[in-house]
Design a protein around this ligand. Structure first.
Ligand code: NDP
Length: 277
């Protein structure tokens, strides 16, 4: 049976480290402040935003909340972001995604000052990652690197397969693993014979968005399996992209859902806020 990588414990460590840094900055008279913008009242977004605000409170980061109506125009939203860009008291700006359909997400993300892009989604942040410069790192993949390192799992020289090539998980994940000197393969919906590729992986990172799709057939004996997916199954129970019960029998380490990758995303957001300050 696999060792469980406990994202709750590791994310709590990171938040405590952030809390200490925030307290030190406070002693120097500096405050860390995150502005969180939510457009509309999508219930899932409200839960995510609430969790981010709670984490800020725990770490001593001031959060400014902008809950604006779903019919806000793209220009009005960008005007708000520009105001926050100019506000020297604000260190980080986060726009909760997804945005309503009439708003162009790319244009909105691009309007955030790169120095305040704590989500790490802007072209600037992704470009810095790509060429190995300092900059904000996308929180979910950055959290996975922390999970691996703090579990003493060696990355350098290992075969890593990432399933999924989204801009917020798959692609930055692959780049971060490359930066850690893994040999990286990215797979996606057009990959031919996926199991034969994923069975090469010493470290398999799954961000596919399909409940329990990855069974033991996709996994090499003794591999490390990281499950990014989060879903509610037919019984309203949380589950990941990995069939946990099946895969845990075969791999050496695995992240559970819930309590694996999920809590790391917010912890890394807090980390980015304090680094920005
Ligand atoms: P996307 O839907 O944007 O991307 C899914 C990727 O999986 C795509 O690249 C797609 O390929 C690929 N894919 C889909 N079906 C297959 C298939 N049958 N075989 C191989 N590849 C396939 O999802 P995200 O990256 O945004 O998120 C992935 C999962 O992670 C979701 O469950 C999401 O809820 C979760 N998530 C969790 C977070 C957390 O904090 N825990 C944060 C962000 C996401 P193609 O490009 O060809 O379409």
């Amino acid at each position: 049976m696999a060792n469980i990588i406990d994202g709750k414990v590791i994310s709590a460590q990171i938040k405590d480290e952030v809390k200490e840094k925030v307290a030190k900055l406070k002693e120097e008279g500096r405050e860390v402040c995150l502005a969180v913008i939510q457009v509309g009242d999508d219930p899932a977004s409200t839960v995510y935003v609430g969790n981010k605000k709670k984490a800020c409170e725990y770490c001593g980061i001031r959060s400014e909340s902008y809950e604006i109506p779903g019919d806000t125009t793209e220009d009005e939203l960008i005007a708000l972001i520009e105001k926050l860009n100019a506000d020297t008291a604000v260190n980080g700006i986060l726009v909760q995604l997804p945005l309503p359909k009439h708003i162009n997400e790319d244009r909105v993300i691009m309007s955030i000052d790169p120095a305040k892009d704590v989500d790490g989604f802007s072209v600037n942040s992704v470009g810095s990652l790509c060429i190995g410069r300092k900059g904000y790192r996308s929180c979910t993949p950055a959290g996975i690197i922390e999970l691996l390192k703090r579990s003493n799992i060696e990355i350098a020289g290992k075969e890593c397969v990432v399933i999924g090539r989204s801009n917020i998980v798959g692609k930055p994940m692959a780049l971060m693993m490359l930066q850690e000197n893994a040999t990286v393969t990215i797979t996606h919906s057009k990959t031919v014979d996926l199991p034969s590729v994923t069975r090469r992986a010493d470290i398999l990172i799954v961000a596919i968005g399909k409940p329990r799709m990855i069974t033991s057939e996709y996994v090499k004996e003794g591999a490390v399996v990281i499950d990014v997916g989060i879903h509610r199954d037919e019984n309203n129970k949380l589950c990941g992209d990995v069939d946990y019960a099946d895969v845990a029998e075969k791999c050496s380490y695995i992240t559970p859902v819930p309590g694996g990758v999920g809590p790391m995303t917010i912890a890394m957001l807090m980390h980015n806020c304090v680094e920005g300050a």
